[in-house]
Design a protein around this ligand. Structure first.
Ligand SMILES: Nc1ncnc2c1ncn2[C@@H]1O[C@H](COP(=O)(O)OP(=O)(O)OP(=O)(O)O)[C@@H](O)[C@H]1O
Ligand SMILES: [Mg+2]
Length: 502
């Protein structure tokens, strides 16, 4: 061995502080990660998790603090520099060139060339090798846009590994993965761990933290409130560290009473790929209907059909007894349908606009007087939603982009709540939302249902599907595989239905 003693820690973050204006987001944070371990990073929405990582990657300039990689002080100026030095990050909101292939995205900025010409062949080969090593099944020539969010995430991980990363930061990697895919990801993490790679794993899902992490660090308002090996802590202690008190139950009591059928779908099929076939189900007044299925089972496509964003070729949708076929979202909105989409960055918000704009945009009529919009009305509505949803922000003039991921999601849900929709379609509504805020959203859903509104919620989280719905429809490979009463449904029944048409 060389005489210099290598630190036990691959990465050390010491006394890190960061403010945005007057808002001090990180306060003298200390975090250390051992080689070949997984460190869980938890905390409420807006606690400072992503900011800490962005400081590490030089995407934000830190105010104070030192970062040591492998015992040496480093100061990355960009995520690219970090990547080249072995620190990679898979972002909460993926940044990929959607209209390019997997291969192009893997090699972006470092194309293989021979004699000045891009060498497609060797990149292709290298990609295949990489995917093989990670047990992923992709064709490098596939356009990124045709992949699901989860598949795109896998590509990002493969890219990190291909840079020989020593530390990989995963910012809520499983927020859009199904359980099966999560298991697959964990398998990859475990095998990379054995090769000495360390991970920072940011997540709001407790069970995953316990399953995959060796240590846990909890941030609360920019301060470390817990830092322990996983075997030495428990759920209560973590929740306590996160929200400052304990939480007796994850779900509010389900007190809504579903009534008569309001929406019925019979023998529905879609015109374009992917083809939904034989879709039959009902939705009742005042009901919360869960739709479960593996990622790629057609759940989002089904919601898109109902909201008029997909062409239906056969079958019927009846709403309040009348046959309807929405050919555009506007039409669906006229019937007072609302739709929280899965990909907030693409279809859910105006990133550079204010919270007020983003809250009021779906519902401008409500704030109109004669010809003009009334600012005071919009401001009042926004403030009410900020309070109701506990959005962590300075004020309603903040750009939505400046909020943490979970808080952006809250604004998107709030925007539709403002319409007080009769049929509320929600695609993974609590994705990326912390444990307290989830509870609040569940409570809002139950309250809406009690007012006679109907909700269809697509979710990949088994506890949530079992905890907050009245009935569950399970989809498998673009078919409806079955229907269960939530009260008596078991996890096993649901998983079996998921596999029915595979
Ligand atoms: N570019 C920015 N400008 C101003 N404020 C910002 C900016 N980025 C983050 N913040 C603020 O910093 C705080 C912490 O945000 P951060 O994104 O780190 O939270 P987080 O812990 O990752 O939350 P989540 O679980 O919702 O992803 C938030 O209050 C946010 O508004
Ligand atoms: Mg974040």
């Amino acid at each position: 061995m060389a005489d210099e003693k290598k630190s036990d820690y691959i990465l050390e973050i010491v006394h890190l502080s960061k403010s945005f204006g007057k808002n001090q987001v990180l306060k003298e944070v200390n975090v250390r990660i051992k080689r070949g371990t997984v460190m869980g990073l938890m905390g409420e929405n807006g606690a400072g998790k992503s900011t800490m990582m962005k400081c590490l990657f030089g995407m934000y300039a830190r105010d104070t603090g030192t970062i040591r990689l492998d015992g040496k002080a480093v100061d990355f100026k960009s995520s690219r520099e970090a990547l080249e030095n072995g620190v990679a990050m898979v972002h909460q909101e993926l940044n990929q060139c959607l209209n390019r292939t997997i291969q192009d995205n893997m090699f972006l900025g470092r194309y293989y060339t021979s004699y000045g010409v891009i060498n497609e062949k060797s990149m292709y080969k290298k990609c295949l090798e990489m995917f093989h090593r990670l047990d992923m099944n992709f064709n490098p020539k596939t356009p990124i846009a045709s992949l699901s969010v989860s598949q795109r995430q896998m590509v990002e991980i493969a890219k990190a590994v291909s840079y020989n990363a020593k530390v990989i930061v995963l910012d809520e990697p499983t927020s859009s993965l199904s359980e099966v895919e999560t298991k697959k990801l964990f398998k990859i993490i475990r095998s990379l761990k054995k090769q000495g790679i360390s991970f920072v794993f940011i997540s709001h899902k407790m069970n995953e933290i316990f399953e995959i992490c060796d240590n846990i660090v909890v941030l609360r308002d920019g301060e470390v409130t817990l830092d322990k090996p996983i075997p030495d802590t428990n759920l209560d202690e973590i929740v306590q560290a996160m929200i400052g008190r304990s939480l007796s139950s994850r779900f509010p009591p389900l007190t809504n009473k579903p009534g008569d059928v309001v929406l019925s779908v019979t023998a529905l099929e879609t015109k374009y790929r992917p083809h939904l076939t034989d879709i039959d189900f009902n939705l009742r007044k005042g009901e919360i209907l869960g739709i479960y299925g593996l990622v790629g089972a057609g759940r989002s496509e089904l919601l898109e059909c109902l909201f008029g964003c997909r062409t239906v070729s056969q079958g019927a949708i009846r709403y309040k007894g009348k046959r309807v076929l929405f050919t555009s979202p506007q039409e669906a909105m006229k019937h007072n349908f609302a739709f929280v989409t899965e990909e907030r960055k693409v279809s859910g918000m105006f990133p550079n606009a204010s919270l007020t704009f983003n809250t009021c945009i779906t519902n401008l009529n409500k704030y109109k007087a004669k010809f003009a919009l009334v600012n005071s009305k919009m401001n009042k509505a926004t403030d009410r939603q900020i309070k109701q949803m506990h959005v962590k922000c300075n004020n309603r003039d903040d750009k939505i982009m400046a909020l943490s991921g979970g808080n952006q999601q809250k604004v998107i849900v709030a925007k539709w709540l403002e319409r007080s929709p009769d049929v509320f379609l929600m695609d993974e509504p609590t994705r990326g939302i912390d444990i307290m805020a989830k509870y609040q959203i569940y409570q809002l859903m139950i309250d809406l249902a009690k007012q006679g509104k109907s909700i269809i919620m697509v979710s990949s989280e088994m506890p949530e599907i079992l905890g907050v719905t009245n009935r569950i429809v399970v989809m498998s490979n673009y078919h409806i595989a079955g229907e269960l009463e939530t009260k008596t449904a078991t996890q096993e029944q649901i998983m079996r239905l998921c596999a029915k048409y595979l």
